[in-house]
Design a protein around this ligand. Sequence first.
Ligand SMILES: Cc1cc2nc3c(=O)[nH]c(=O)nc-3n(C[C@H](O)[C@H](O)[C@H](O)COP(=O)(O)OP(=O)(O)OC[C@H]3O[C@@H](n4cnc5c(N)ncnc54)[C@H](O)[C@@H]3O)c2cc1C
Length: 315
Amino acid sequence: MQIGHKHRALQIKPEHYPIVGKHLLGAIKEVLGEGATDEVINAWAEAYDEIASVFIKVEENMYKEAMWSGFIPFKVVKKEITGSDIAAFTVQPEDNSFDVSRLALTAGQYITVKTDPEDSDHIALRHYSLCSVDTNEGIQFAVRRDNKNAHRGLVSNHLHDNVEVGDSLLLSAPAGDFELNKSLIEQNDIPLVLISAGVGVTPVLSMLEAQVRANPQRPIIWAYACQNQDYHAFSGRVDKLLQQAEKVQSHIFYFEEGQLLNEEWLKTLPNPADVYVCGSMAFMDSMIDGLMALEHSGDNIHYEPFGPKMSLSVG
Ligand SMILES: Cc1cc2nc3c(=O)[nH]c(=O)nc-3n(C[C@H](O)[C@H](O)[C@H](O)COP(=O)(O)OP(=O)(O)OC[C@H]3O[C@@H](n4cnc5c(N)ncnc54)[C@H](O)[C@@H]3O)c2cc1C
């Protein structure tokens, strides 16, 4: 289902599967060399067709349920920097007849941006989580400059440096299955625990907003980690939302000051708790391992990696 959501968001269509299949088989032949007998290749072809038909079927429904079809143009109506390296964008459809204020967004989902950055000779698509479910001003998402040493992330730097208020962006409809457990939103026995680091705050911020709107009586534990105060994203907005909730704990960790959101801190959490985690792979790994070691049920631990999910596992 998670791959299906990504495919729908990227607009992978049934007609694309034979292209991937052809080149996958070509690659398998190249790697296996003489081992690639007709029997082996035919078996791989059959397996690929089977998997492709499962995806096509799952994705057919996702295309039907999408809030709009394909990539459509939006205009940037607001761009704000928060926490030093994060740009928060608000966008409105260019088609005036499309009223986004009527959309019921699901907290935790992501939109997908299709860009044509100056520094690249190809189109680039990237997912960005919704950082709000409020659509009165438009759809909101936030982007951190993703730079490692000398390597500058293509799309995040393009959005920071070249996309301003009034510019146009192509977006596909919200996707993803990182969302609040609906059966727990209205009850007050099992607290909501939102744990994030850096730009991982975006999907859990929309969850905080959704929870406070739906049921402010539910106990909420908010934990956020970042380098230092300058990198603390959305602090004002989070504080306002937390003030609207009745039972709140807020824990902020600036790791440059030696404040660590680690397994030790996880021991302070109630169990059972309904936990949502988002941050770097290493951060989520340590949070998930820590929660599992404390015997939190895997069913109560939800997480969203901003990359491939395979390296993380909740058993
Ligand atoms: C479901 C989901 C939700 C997401 N939500 C958000 C969100 O809300 N906000 C957000 O900011 N991001 C989010 N992301 C991540 C986002 O989609 C992009 O992956 C991110 O912006 C980086 O894209 P980029 O084009 O800037 O970097 P890319 O060009 O794709 O590079 C990725 C990383 O690799 C490094 N790199 C590039 N080339 C090299 C090289 N040759 N050697 C070594 N390192 C290199 C770059 O510095 C960068 O750190 C999300 C991802 C997913 C899957």
